[in-house]
Design a protein. Structure first.
Length: 302
């Protein structure tokens, strides 16, 4: 009888399984991972900064359990967002808005050439240990392995639930939105950590049960960067295209404000840009009307 192939890679990991939105560790502990948003502290007013500091201090003072804060930085892939802007530029009929979109695209292009655009994600991690149940909780696990595992998950939910709700409530005072990662999101997160893409971000398409096989081969969608405007046309001095010159420029590892994984911030900025341009147009029209009326009255008087 042939020996069953063992998943040797998984034997070197601290993770035993990922079930019911929880991470089961080989030590017998259970971890819950939550993702939270961020706030740009530098653009806040002095009063808002003081309120944020006091709220964060209140959060730390309210903790009665260990909490881990993880900041994960990854090189961002803005090709999809750039393609969205290019599509908006093509479909835009207003010449003023078209010019503003073009300038914004040039700004993004220059930023990518000079700096490494980082996508930052923020996580809160809380753990559950059977030691929290006391001696009675440790000695009562005399059933089968599956029964003990089900009991561990049930106890972990009871122990981690109030901690999760407390962190969600306290981070809301900071203006942050916190939520627990699902099982699928946890699998994709850890696969992306152990198998990072060379550039940009990758989307992992993986089943909840396929990560325990000897060789994990999920479907991975690595986005292809969108071609930049005039990427293949030579410039005035005879150099190569902008897209080719981008790879030759030295890239400084300077973290800047993330452009966002879901591109919601960029869409909001684009909408604000459209709104500002519309208001500016209305202002110019309103300003020109009194001048026109004054000229009409002057001609009548003469």
């Amino acid at each position: 009888m042939a020996n069953k192939t063992k998943a040797s890679t998984q034997q070197h990991l601290d993770i035993d399984d990922i079930v019911e939105n929880l991470v089961l560790l080989k030590t017998g502990n259970v971890a819950m991972i939550m993702i939270t948003t961020a706030v740009n502290f530098d653009i806040l007013s002095e009063a808002e900064q003081d309120a944020t500091i006091y709220a964060y201090g209140a959060l730390l003072n309210s903790l009665s359990f260990p909490t881990q804060i993880l900041i994960r930085s990854k090189r961002a892939d803005i090709s999809a967002y750039f393609a969205h802007l290019n599509q908006s530029l093509t479909s835009q009929t207003n010449p003023d808005l078209k010019h503003q979109i073009q300038k914004y695209m040039e700004f993004i292009q220059a930023t990518v050439q000079q700096r490494t655009v980082l996508d930052k994600k923020f996580y809160l991690i809380i753990n559950f240990s059977t030691l929290e149940l006391g001696i009675g909780g440790i000695t009562k696990s005399k059933g089968t392995k599956s029964q003990n595992r089900a009991q561990l998950i049930a106890d972990a939910k009871i122990g981690l639930g109030p901690k999760r709700d407390h962190l969600i409530k306290q981070t809301a005072r900071l203006g942050l939105t916190t939520r627990q990662l699902t099982t699928k999101e946890l699998i994709e997160l850890f696969y992306d950590i152990y198998n990072p893409a060379t550039t940009g971000t990758q989307k992992v398409i993986i089943d909840e049960g396929s990560y325990s096989v000897p060789i994990v081969e999920p479907a991975i969608e690595v986005p292809t960067p969108a071609p930049l405007p005039n990427a293949t046309a030579p410039v005035a001095d005879g150099t190569q295209a902008v897209a080719q010159a981008q790879s030759k420029l030295p890239i400084q590892n300077v973290p800047i404000a993330p452009l966002g994984a879901s591109f919601s911030n960029q869409k909001e900025a684009y909408n604000n840009l459209q709104s500002a341009a519309a208001k500016a147009k209305e202002f110019l029209q309103a300003s020109s009307q009194p001048a026109t009326q004054a000229k009409g009255q002057q001609s009548e008087n003469t």
